[in-house]
Design a protein around this ligand. Structure first.
Ligand SMILES: NC(=O)c1ccc[n+]([C@@H]2O[C@H](COP(=O)([O-])OP(=O)(O)OC[C@H]3O[C@@H](n4cnc5c(N)ncnc54)[C@H](O)[C@@H]3O)[C@@H](O)[C@H]2O)c1
Length: 255
């Protein structure tokens, strides 16, 4: 099975920390050049650390993925410095919890804007680069098990809806771009211990035990738990796999 990514360029949005950074490190260990895009100021340092640790070329750039022009410019800079990206992981995402009856227009729009529209702008720029260069590629969109089930006891209708839309975005682009050799899949993680979930747990500590009690494997995932799946989807080992959402949740949705 060939999971080698030697010489390929991978872009990771939301790559300054959490799932994005853990997967970026794994892709670098398979030989990929790495471009990290994130709102956080720490993104350039994170890219430098990946370069030092794995000896691959990297670039770290601040970006708000909801800005279409800025996203296109970031991909142009990556093409110039690291070559045409052939792997994309869209990990930039946010969650705002609350009873649906109280959700404001601003909060609703923010979640849809980052999680769905920002994901679209990223994969659009990625696809544009590949189509112009006539190269194949693999995009992995980060959805969530929340696309397929409703998490309890906390409510997050905007988040769940945005992730369901991301799953169908992956399917839609997979079909549209299949003839060009561009594969598009989504991954649907269960509960992963990152800053995103830690902030929710900090507000309501009892939630963690509640979540873990519902997970057959008896623990939350680490960001590193997702690396093998993403490495497989990024590589030629999954050459005939496109338009699918793959759930990785320790068995949560199997019950
Ligand atoms: N942690 C989980 O349990 C879990 C489960 C399923 C899916 N996910 C998804 O995985 C992805 C990564 O989440 P994480 O848990 O690593 O969270 P995280 O908060 O640690 O990482 C998300 C990153 O996205 C960046 N980001 C947010 N808005 C952005 C924007 N507009 N432009 C650019 N970057 C932006 C943040 O700065 C952050 O670095 C998200 O899409 C999340 O919805 C997480």
């Amino acid at each position: 099975m060939n999971t080698n990514l030697n010489g390929r360029t991978a872009v990771i949005t939301g790559g300054a920390r959490g799932i994005g950074l853990a997967v970026a490190r794994a892709l670098a260990s398979s030989g990929a050049k790495i471009a990290l895009l994130d709102l956080l100021d720490t993104v350039a340092d994170a890219a430098d650390q990946v370069s030092t640790e794995f000896g691959v070329a990297t670039l770290g750039q601040k970006l708000d993925v909801t800005d279409q022009d800025a996203t296109e410019a970031a991909f142009a800079a990556i093409r110039e410095h690291l070559g045409v990206p052939q792997v994309l992981l869209t990990a930039a995402g946010i969650e705002i919890n609350g009873d649906s009856i109280d959700v404001t227009a601003a909060d609703w729009r923010k979640v849809i804007d980052v999680n769905l529209t920002g994901t679209f702008f990223s994969v659009q720029s990625f696809g544009r680069g590949l189509l112009q260069a006539g190269l194949p590629g693999s995009a992995i969109l980060v959805s969530s098990m929340s696309a397929e089930i409703v998490n309890v006891p906390q409510w997050a209708a905007s988040y769940n809806s945005s992730k369901a839309a991301v799953a169908h975005l992956a399917k839609s682009l997979a079909v549209e771009w299949a003839a060009a050799g561009i594969r598009v899949n989504s991954i649907a993680p269960g509960y992963v211990l990152t800053d995103l979930t830690q902030q929710i747990i900090d507000r309501e500590p009892a939630l963690k035990d509640d979540w873990v009690a519902r997970i057959p494997q008896g623990r939350m995932a680490t960001p590193e738990d997702l690396a093998g799946l993403v490495g497989f989807l990024a590589s030629d080992a999954s050459d005939y796999l496109t338009g699918q959402q793959i759930v990785i949740d320790g068995g949560y949705t199997a019950i």
